[in-house]
Design a protein around this ligand. Structure first.
Ligand code: ZN
Length: 218
């Protein structure tokens, strides 16, 4: 059993490194920004502090227990508490992606946003992968109060947008969390392209139809 668990852990380590590199190479993260985590049977993996997502060493990805104790690898990202808060509120979340991706971060700096749902339902894909996206008020980097706010929102929302910062997106597994992050980034781009334009969003009836047909929990 232990050997099997380690095989699964190593598989997840490799997958984090491979998919992180893909995000980096496509400009979805830059420098040492962004961090990615995956839930394991016996703890969780998180990308290390000051690491570049373009060149992660799978063996050095941090492994933590649920008290935040480092079990293996390099010290974790200083934003570990964002991930932990979201996992605590979403027991079914298998992975979390936090990026400072340009268009989502740009939206997070805009005035006049609907704080309950800061990107409107422009496409069915955004509704299906993200749903309603709340804006979390600004907190300075490392402010642990941010963890409490995320914990309060994450039971109802699989993704949140941190003001003047970027998105935190959960998914059932790593691919799911990354695809949802990419859908959010692309929709943020569309949202910015459509500024000052008359826009048709999906209406309540169309959203209800998506919820029914695709059994969405949003
Ligand atoms: Zn950040």
């Amino acid at each position: 059993m232990t050997a099997l668990m380690h095989t699964e852990e190593n598989r997840q380590r490799e997958k984090i490194a491979t998919l992180s590199r893909s995000l980096y190479e496509r400009g979805l993260t830059a420098g040492s920004s962004g961090n990615i985590s995956v839930r394991l049977e016996d703890g969780w993996l998180l990308t290390p502090t000051n690491s570049c997502l373009g060149e992660l060493d799978p063996a050095r990805i941090a492994k933590l227990d649920w008290n935040g104790t480092l079990l293996a690898g390099d010290p974790p990202s200083k934003e570990a508490f964002l991930h932990r808060s979201m996992y605590e509120a979403r027991p079914k979340a298998g992975a979390i992606v936090h990026l400072h991706s340009t268009h989502s971060a740009a939206v997070s700096c805009m005035g006049g946003l609907d704080r309950e749902n800061c990107i409107p339902p422009l496409t069915p894909y955004f509704v299906m992968k993200i749903g309603r996206l709340p804006l979390v008020p600004y907190h300075r980097p490392g402010d642990k109060a941010l963890g409490d706010v995320i914990r309060g929102l994450a039971a109802r929302h699989g993704a949140v947008l941190l003001a003047n910062h970027g998105p935190v997106v959960s998914g059932p597994d790593l691919e799911g969390a990354i695809y949802a992050s990419e859908e959010l980034e692309e929709t943020a781009k569309i949202f910015l392209l459509l500024r000052n334009t008359s826009v048709h969003c999906l209406n309540d009836e169309q959203i209800d139809e998506l919820k029914t047909v695709f059994k969405l929990d949003i």
